[in-house]
Design a protein. Structure first.
Ligand SMILES: [Zn+2]
Length: 208
C-alpha cells in the first residue's frame, strides 16, 4: 500500500472497495500536523507533506497509510464534511487531534457534533519509548507509564484527551480495540521491522 513503488497496487485495492483512482486523494505523510482541504479536482493526486485530508465534496475518497500510528476517521453530519488524519507520537505531540477539530471548525462544525472513529493502532503495552519521547505528553500523566528504563505510551488516550479538550463529545469518539502489534493480519512496524516499506491503507468517502 506504500506510495513508494506500490501505488498501482494501492489504487487497485481501493478501486475494489469503491474508491476509483480518479476520485481518490492520497496523503504523502511526513509526521506533521498539516491538514489539507481537497476537492474533486484533486482526485488521483498525492498531496505531499500532509498528514490530514479534509473535504466537503461527496464521492471523493481520502486515503493514507499507517503502520502502528492512529488513523482518525471524522465526520460532521451537519455540514457533510469528512476528514482522515494520521497521527503517531510526533503528530500527537503537535496536537494533531486539536488540529483536526480546528480544521472542521473552518467549515462551521460544532465540535460536540463531530463523530470520530480511530482505527487499529499500537497499544501501550507494545509501545515503549525513551522517557525523552514521552515529555511532550506530560499534560496527560495517565498516558505514560514508567516500566524500567522506558515509558509505555498510550497514544489512544492522548488522542481521546485532545479531542475531548477540543469539545468533541466523549460518546462521539470510538476506537477499534485491535493492537497492530498483536493482530497477525495487521501490519506493525514495531513487530515486523521491515527492510522495505510495508503499510496498511485507510480510506474514507462520503457517498452522495
Ligand atoms: Zn498490543
Amino acid at each position: 500500500m506504500s506510495l513508494n513503488g506500490g501505488f498501482a497496487n494501492r489504487q487497485a485495492y481501493l478501486a475494489t472497495h469503491g474508491c476509483p483512482p480518479n476520485r481518490t486523494v492520497h496523503a504523502g505523510l511526513n509526521h506533521g500536523t498539516r491538514i489539507s482541504e481537497v476537492t474533486a479536482t484533486d482526485g488521483g493526486r498525492v498531496i505531499e507533506a500532509t498528514d490530514g485530508l479534509i473535504t466537503a465534496a461527496a464521492n471523493v475518497a481520502l486515503a493514507m497509510t499507517s503502520a502502528d500510528c492512529l488513523l482518525a476517521y471524522a465526520y460532521d453530519p451537519d455540514h457533510q464534511v469528512i476528514a482522515l488524519v494520521h497521527a503517531g507520537r510526533r503528530g500527537l505531540a503537535g496536537r494533531m487531534m486539536t488540529a483536526l477539530v480546528e480544521a472542521f471548525q473552518r467549515f462551521g462544525t460544532r465540535p460536540e457534533h463531530l463523530l470520530v472513529t480511530i482505527g487499529p493502532s499500537i497499544c501501550p503495552q507494545h509501545y515503549a519509548v525513551q522517557p525523552a519521547d514521552a515529555v511532550p505528553f506530560a499534560a496527560w500523566p495517565a498516558a505514560g507509564r514508567r516500566v524500567g528504563e522506558y515509558v509505555q505510551l498510550d497514544l489512544r488516550l492522548v488522542a481521546r484527551r485532545q479531542l475531548e479538550e477540543a469539545g468533541v463529545g466523549q460518546a462521539n469518539i470510538a476506537f477499534d480495540p485491535r493492537c497492530t502489534f498483536e493482530e497477525a493480519e495487521l501490519f506493525s512496524y514495531r513487530r515486523d521491522h521491515p527492510t522495505t516499506s510495508q503499510l496498511q491503507v485507510g480510506y474514507l468517502m462520503r457517498r452522495s
